[in-house]
Design a protein around this ligand. Structure first.
Ligand SMILES: [Fe+2]
Length: 282
């Protein structure tokens, strides 16, 4: 069964779990946002406490994609700070992992993410999709002249694109002028769209996505119209191929400050807190 439609949750509402010794990151905490019961792929915020370390030559059986939300984590001497991104394919060798002051890291595992001692077997580690590190704050972003950018006031930074599947990850930064119209068209994509809001607000008919908002939307679901007057920075992924958009013929009125009416699967029920503080980042 593929991952269920989740649209949307504030990460503030999801419980933390401490990871056990047999997990890929023992002693860290995890806030799972969505997972695939078959492939064991998961999207989670991992919280590495101050002083956390893992000194063991090992690799994972699946790809790990990460974006540092706050703090710093050092992998094999490479320092990943706030706003840094990496895609580390299955088999990527890890010798030391440390987080002196702690770190919160948006993490996407593409499979069971089993920690396996020692190097990967010959031929297992494919570097095609390796992205060692992108420092997104100092990187050169696409502007409105970029055909992938939809409007002035919107900037885009591509982080990766799988040359075989078309799966991709990018940041989209909409400024306070970029999507203020009172009407907008509905969008439909032929692939999964997965988003985590890093800052700002995004208004949709099912509510206002704030910092820490997350959704996993399966293919073929019309959505929107979308608007923002504060601007919004989001981490986007598409799964199942490149993201293309079919726009509705007719524009629809943007619903500013719509009440929260999410689409959530039963599987999330045990993970959600009855009360949460939406002023915290997540
Ligand atoms: Fe979309």
């Amino acid at each position: 069964m593929p991952r269920p439609h989740i649209e949307f949750i504030q990460a503030q509402a999801v419980r933390w779990h401490t990871l056990g010794e047999d997990m890929s990151r023992p002693g860290a905490e995890a806030k799972p946002l969505s997972h695939d019961a078959d492939s064991k792929a998961i999207t989670a915020i991992l919280r590495y406490p101050a002083g956390w370390y893992l000194e063991q030559d090992h690799h994972l059986d699946s790809d790990e994609e990460l974006y540092v939300l706050s703090g710093t984590i050092v992998i094999n001497g490479v320092s990943y700070e706030e706003g840094n991104y990496a895609y580390l394919p299955a088999g990527y060798p890890r010798h030391t992992m440390t987080s002196e002051a702690g770190a919160d890291v948006m993490t996407f595992f593409e499979g069971p993410h089993k920690r396996v001692p020692g190097p990967a077997p010959d031929g297992f580690y494919d570097t095609t999709n390796l992205v060692q590190r992108i420092q997104t704050k100092s990187a050169e972003w696409g502007s409105a002249t970029d055909p992938k950018v939809m409007a002035p006031g919107v900037k885009r930074l591509g982080l990766r694109k799988d040359p075989d599947t078309g799966d991709a990850t990018w940041l989209l930064d909409i400024d306070e002028t970029g999507m203020t119209g009172e009407v907008n068209r509905l969008e439909t994509h032929p692939v999964v769209e997965e988003v985590f809001i890093l800052s700002g607000e995004m208004h949709m008919p099912m509510g206002v996505l704030k910092e820490g908002a997350y959704f996993w939307r399966p293919p073929g679901i019309p959505h929107g119209p979308v608007g923002t007057k504060t601007g919004s920075l989001g981490l986007f992924r598409c799964k199942g191929g490149p993201l293309t958009t079919d726009w509705s013929e007719d524009p629809h009125p943007v619903q500013w400050n719509a009440p929260y009416e999410p689409f959530l699967p039963d599987t999330l029920a045990g993970s959600l807190l009855p009360d949460y503080d939406s002023t915290l980042p997540y």
